[in-house]
Design a protein around this ligand. Sequence first.
Ligand code: G3I
Length: 460
Amino acid sequence: MGLLTGLLWSCTSSTSGPDAAASGTESTVQTGGSSTSAGGDAGGDAAGGSAAQGGAGAADPSGGTGGSGAGDSAAGGGNQTNAGGSGGTDDATSGGTGGEGTGGADTGCTPNGDSQNLAERYANCFPIGAAVDSQSYTTHAALLKAHFNSVTAENEMKFESLQRTEGNFSYDAADRIVNFAVANNMKVRGHALVWHSQNPSWLFSSGGGAVSKQVLLSRMKNHISNVVRHFKGKIYAWDVVNEAIMEDGSYRGGNLPDGQNSRWYEILGESYIAEAFKYAHEADPDAKLFYNDFYNYIPAKQQGIYNMLKGLLDQGVPVHGVGLQAHFNIEPSTVTTNQAYHQHVANLEEAIKLYSSLGLEVQVTELDISLYIPGVTYNPSTFYTTATFTDDLKAKQAARYREFFELFRKYGSAITGVTFWGIADDNTWLSEFSSGRKDFPLLFDVDHRPKPAFDAVMDF
Ligand code: G3I
């Protein structure tokens, strides 16, 4: 995991990304789509060397105009059914539209006996994945092999990692991860083909100016075709498009701070999304193709994502699933204008119901639970350490994990994967800020021992 710089930890009213929010860099719900950004990545654009990480949006706290939904009042139901799964048409030629659907009520899933192995325990439910980096798949191999049966490369399959200079694809780091997974019978999720972040600088320019639509489209096609073909048969699911929708449900576009705006959208318009899915499907008709995003618990955002996906499916675009990033916090924010004000299980349940009603699979793709609460100001004296990560706090984090896993089990038919964004607390993107702030968001501690959070998702 790389060092994230520029965390504006003391700013309580900033706008920022999911990850910024997850990192405790408080963020404000955006309703305009034209001021500051949801971010999507505390990391900003590594290619550009931007220091906009974490508190990227903090420069314009005035950008947010308030919450856009009903907070926890948008609860969905508490019944044992989901919205139903209208079923996809699954046309073999076009790649299908949404797969087979969930066929009505979600019957949930029952975990496997008393297995002490996480992936085995959830074998009747969904694969359990972890994001790995070019070191952690070896340094954390024992945990990985014991408890996980799926991996995602945290950075090694992003555009800038695979095609740093035009036409030169470098697969070595990604291949090593994939080979490890194959050798250990693990599934691999590919992350991420088209994103506004972590792109090489050449991608959006040409001859000293902005690239034309036509050239950008052909660069996108070339990248997707090359990459998806390279991993064909080894990667079963791709995050094809990442983070294209803002908190107010509008498309991520221009007029956002550096690193937050989508050059894809600015240059190509919304059609880049459909094109990306078509190119990926052409390159590997067997791969499951996902749209992946954060803050799905915000009512306006989930509706925007739903509308976009429905539009794609109606056009016959081969989309098969939705990824819920799930960078959560130990409790929702009490600040009504903060994105995390909406971070209630019931709101996430609404998203699962909505998306699966389209016949789409749902996967939890980047799960972690930060100790920091959005809307609260932290400084070095209040940053958590292993010493201040008390038993009470561990229990609280465990309870939060438990309520989300109750939800995941309840929707065990619609949900086809749960991936953690890391393996153990000694290696998490949430601790990589130049401020020195540490976080402890995963199921295993810094010494790779199971935490109360592990017990909470195992023992029920
Ligand atoms: O590769 C360079 C390296 O050459 C350089 O020496 C080093 C110095 O800082 O930086 C390295 O790049 C870092 C990169 O991770 C690889 O380690 C970047 O600075 C750093 O910003 C980048 O952070 C990643 C971030 O995405 C970028 O946006 C995090 O590790 C990664 O966990 C995070 O993952 C994202 C998902 O892809 C999408 N959803 C949100 C999630 C969390 O932000």
